[in-house]
Design a protein around this ligand. Sequence first.
Ligand code: SF4
Length: 336
Amino acid sequence: MIRIGEIPRGGLLLSSEPVILSDATIPEQKVVYLLKPRGFCAGVVRAIEIVELALDLYGPPIYVRKEIVHNRHVVEKLTARGAIFVDETEDVPPGACVVFSAHGVSPAVRDEARRRNLRVIDATCPLVTKVHLEAVRFARLGFTIVLIGHPEHDEVIGTLGEAPQQTRVVSSAEQVDQLEVPDPASVAYLTQTTLSLDETRHIIDRLRERFPLIQGPPAQDICYATQNRQEAVKAVAPHSDLLLVVGSDNSSNARRLVEVSECLSVPARLVDDASEVDPAWLSPAQRVAVTAGASTPEYLVQDLIAHLNRQRFDRVEEVELAQEDVRFALPPELAG
Ligand code: SF4
């Protein structure tokens, strides 16, 4: 059972008298369940603010290595303000100002920036930095590190760079079976911050079977924002006919929200914005749940709600599963 408050049309305030969401109360009119928490996490808010402040303080152009966060709309807006997104540090002119993205970078990238005499502002999310520090600690202790994550993701590439010789990346339980390590008694695992909670648990279980002495991080690496958004989908998707996730295709945490819903046999679609919604998805649906990845701005969610309103989804109910009040401090050079 989920306690929800009905939202008056045109407003997004929770009612003081929550109602109970259950399959016994399937609404007669088309309804949108708007999940909360959704959208921006503290690491994304901080990263975008860093680029905006750098533009204000130093003036354009400000170079940003990789997408500051994985959202097309955010990148386009910052580009319009004078940010230049590059793939590698070598693409930044010597002496210029470069921002490292929220996903973090390897020590080799930091070294290259120093060689090129770049002014570096680091927008790495502190929760990603925590994983880097764990990698450094395990590496110094001589452990083989099993990094659970997607090998092509910027965050995994950055963490791997802390101890490339000692780190193996796995993204499935099957890959655990193929691991070869020099000393099975000296193995540790870490994870990408934006993985599926359930899939990761499954992989860790397999690791514990293979390496009973394996060590892990003191607290799990999957971050609070990833966890809260997935838990909200798990709670509400079973009461819905369709889940719409607002987010870009390269956003790991947004894609995981789609997968979590699909695992519950509830169809889910990832859309960058309302224009990508196919009317054919909506016609058989009476109850549409809406959420957004951690790098998705709220105005895109509101645009989608307005679009759904025009498709006769008149009722919008916000379902709040957890409260978030996390904020991260700015880097000292911008803290003012
Ligand atoms: Fe940080 Fe988590 Fe947001 Fe990634 S999703 S930027 S780890 S808070």
